[in-house]
Ligand binder design. Structure first.
Ligand code: PLP
Length: 362
């Protein structure tokens, strides 16, 4: 089996796994303590949580706090609902880019009809589009999950500031690969996209920004209730530290694989900018390709049809539509995603399998 779906999730780094184990039980059996308990076992666990928080914060801008959540979806819901529905009254409208992940997009539509910031054919959000006067929150992601394009977050954050709105950046696909997005008031991230465990995310909140809690019952994380898992926090912290240390090495490795993939997939169309992007996300299409058939013909290669979150819905992806693809072009798109542990041999073997199977069809 060859795993090429790193945007859906990443393997757990051995370093993150090691950091987690002692908090599941511990060599002396005391690692399971509740990090919110005042006794010694609790305080030891709390110290591990705070170390993890510092490690995640090291990848965030200065001037804010990291709040752990159960996922990035939860972090995004807290940021959006908690800032727009303050005290039960709506603060104003939400503006989102046309290519946001469902976590942002669906939440925006639950709150109201959002203002949509368009993207160009390269999949980059328009920094000249005017925000409506009553905008309370602007949401633009750092890196798109389907096509990998890098967004002008700092420019849009200053537009939001001018309009008197808060800015949320979904940095799930960018954390550990790029420097933290500048100018945002809130940043949502997820451990399992950077070689950490599933089941933990975080919301970074700029000092001075107050949110209405969405989960009540103790408020252990200031705006969020629930007992933290020391093991998940420790795993997230170790993964974040490693991602920071390896950022350039991981980037160089991704770029080498990208350059080879471009050669191998000669004649296929690449979706989105080839430069302003995460070079570990290869979204390509070929006219007439039947993606469902390709998946069934290449079961030993783990890749995605469009986005893992949208695939299965049967609807053409809103991201591919937003960059101007027809339904047919969107449906003939596959996303191949690699990362730290992908070898050149694996990429070449998988590419040959995919290309040969596609040639049988076309
Ligand atoms: N935002 C983006 C861009 C994503 O790619 C994902 C996951 O696919 C999420 C948010 C949701 O993350 P989580 O799985 O932690 O809820």
């Amino acid at each position: 089996m060859i795993y090429l779906d790193y945007q859906a999730t990443t393997p757990l780094a051995p370093e993150a796994r090691d950091a987690m184990l002692q908090w599941l039980d511990g060599p002396d059996g005391t690692g399971f303590g509740n990090p919110h308990s005042p006794h010694r076992m609790g305080r030891t666990a709390a110290a591990a949580v705070e170390l993890a928080r510092d490690r995640v914060a090291a990848l965030m801008p200065p001037g804010g706090q990291v709040h752990f959540t159960g996922s990035a979806c939860e972090a995004i819901n807290l940021a959006m609902r908690g800032s727009v529905l303050k005290g039960g009254s709506k603060q104003g409208r939400v503006a989102i880019s046309a290519i946001e992940h469902a976590a942002v997009r669906d939440t925006a539509y639950v709150l109201d009809e959002p203002h949509i910031i368009p993207v160009d054919r390269n999949g980059i959000a328009d920094t000249r589009s005017n925000l409506p006067g009553d905008t309370a929150l602007v949401c633009v992601m750092q890196v798109n999950n389907e096509i990998g394009t890098l967004q002008p977050v700092a420019e849009i954050a200053s537009q939001a500031k001018e309009a008197g709105a808060l800015m949320l950046c979904d940095a799930v696909q960018g954390m550990g690969k790029f420097a933290a997005p500048g100018g945002a008031d809130m940043i949502a991230v997820s451990a399992h996209k950077l070689y950490g465990p599933k089941g933990i995310g975080a919301l970074w909140v700029r000092d001075g920004v107050e949110l209405d809690p969405q989960i009540t019952g103790g408020l252990q994380e200031k705006f969020r209730s629930g007992t933290l898992s020391t093991a998940l926090c420790a795993g997230f912290g170790a993964a974040a530290q490693l991602a920071g240390e390896r950022m350039q090495a991981d980037k160089d490795h991704a770029r080498d694989l990208w350059d080879r993939a471009v050669e191998l997939f000669d004649g296929w169309e690449i979706n989105g900018s080839t430069e302003a992007r995460n070079h570990a996300n290869f979204s390509v299409r070929r006219d007439g390709l039947d993606v469902a058939r390709l998946m069934s013909d290449c079961r030993e290669v783990m890749f995605s049809a469009g986005s893992a979150c949208a695939s299965g819905s049967g609807k053409p992806s809103h991201v591919l539509k937003a960059i101007g693809l027809t339904d047919q072009q969107a449906k003939s798109t596959i996303r191949i995603g690699w990362g730290r542990y992908t070898t050149m041999e694996e990429l070449e073997e998988a590419a040959q399998k995919l290309i040969n199977a596609a040639l049988q069809q076309i």
